[in-house]
Design a protein. Structure first.
Ligand code: SAH
Length: 331
């Protein structure tokens, strides 16, 4: 698909039925009906950055800050193994107390005890630190570029650098990680043209994983009151990401489930093949408040597992076997 076709497919005036059906077919051909479950551990909401959209940004005094201990993280990983998840995703703000060295020790411990695949989502670090984390046993890394629009990026992330974000993605690949990136859909000022560039960027970066979710305005941020992204737009982005990248792993994200009770189910039917059930301790879930209305904050990990299996059954899908590593030929 070229840029003109992609823009047309994103246009809310065009019926998305054919687009969604095509994406669903490609998903089935490339990945089958198995859905990979990745247990999400939100291990710290401390962050040194001030991204305008994000509820856990530095300086937001309304957030009750927490940080899991090494034992608590290990406990979450054991829960994941017990629930028969094959991958954990360790996500946090950019927390100086859980720096690369501490994280590397943690990763090694989890790996040794559980053998789970480990994905990190801990923001921007140096090339050496990425190598350290990879050597410790982390398999994958998620770092969304958030938007391919340079101007919009610098408005949303006043203390980050657009070029550095992409440099980090290159370093991650060089370090041998399976790399995931992605964007928010429906950011204020984001045009259909820039979203078409996002899609083409997914392909150009040769990503292993692509994550897309609607922007949801957080009342405790400078973007309070902004209009959020729609589910329709997010689904079109998911479908296009599937069509253009073909065999990447694409999650039906929590943000989609948070703006529509059927959001994740709909994403699974137009290109997505991954779910990320929360395995964080229930007491802290509400404090990992990137955006309001986040689902599953009152549930325990076991409940989320039951809910997700029921969701898959209702869709005629099933848990995929194996670790769900990248399907790209280079690994
Ligand atoms: N700190 C790490 C990862 C944690 S945030 C990093 O920056 O990479 C995970 C993702 O949540 C972000 O990449 C962003 O795309 C998304 N996010 C943050 N605030 C959001 C909001 N208000 N609405 C929707 N998604 C949001």
């Amino acid at each position: 698909m070229n840029k003109v076709d992609i823009i047309a497919a994103l246009d809310p005036d065009n019926d998305p039925a054919t687009l969604f059906a095509l994406a669903d077919n490609i998903r089935r051909e490339e990945l089958g009906d198995g859905v990979h479950l990745r247990g999400l551990i939100e291990f710290s909401n401390h962050c040194r950055r001030r991204c305008y959209y994000c509820g856990i940004r530095a300086g937001n005094a309304r957030v009750r800050r927490y940080r899991l201990t090494a034992d608590q993280i290990l406990g979450c990983a054991r829960t994941a193994a017990r629930l028969n998840y094959k991958t954990i995703v360790m996500q946090s703000g950019e927390d100086n107390h859980w720096g690369p060295r501490e994280l590397a020790d943690m990763v090694a411990k989890v790996k040794q005890e559980t053998g789970l695949a480990i994905t990190l989502s801990v923001g921007e670090h140096s090339k050496e630190d990425y190598k350290l984390l990879r050597a410790a046993g982390a398999d994958r890394f998620l770092l969304r570029f958030e938007t391919s629009d340079r101007r919009l990026f610098s408005m949303l992330k006043p203390d980050s650098d657009y070029d550095n974000r992409f440099r980090c993605l290159a370093w991650l690949k060089e370090a041998g990680f399976q790399v995931g990136s992605g964007v928010m859909a429906g950011l204020p000022g984001q045009t259909l043209e820039s979203m078409a560039d996002d899609i083409l960027m997914f392909k150009q970066l040769e990503l292993d994983m692509v994550g897309i979710g609607p922007f949801i305005a957080n009342p405790d941020t400078p973007m309070a009151g902004a209009v959020g992204g729609s589910l329709d737009l997010s689904l079109r982005m998911v479908a296009l990401a599937r069509i253009v990248t073909r065999n990447t792993h694409i999650p039906a994200t929590t943000a989609m489930g948070s703006i529509d009770p059927q959001g994740r189910q709909k994403a699974l039917r137009c290109g997505a093949n991954v779910l990320m059930p929360n395995i964080s301790p229930t007491e802290h879930r509400v404090d990992y408040s990137l955006y309001p209305g986040k689902i599953c904050t009152n549930e325990a990990p076991e409940q989320c597992a039951g809910c997700v299996d029921a969701m898959l059954g209702a869709l005629g899908r099933h848990r995929a076997q194996g670790y769900g590593h990248t399907l790209k030929a280079n690994v």
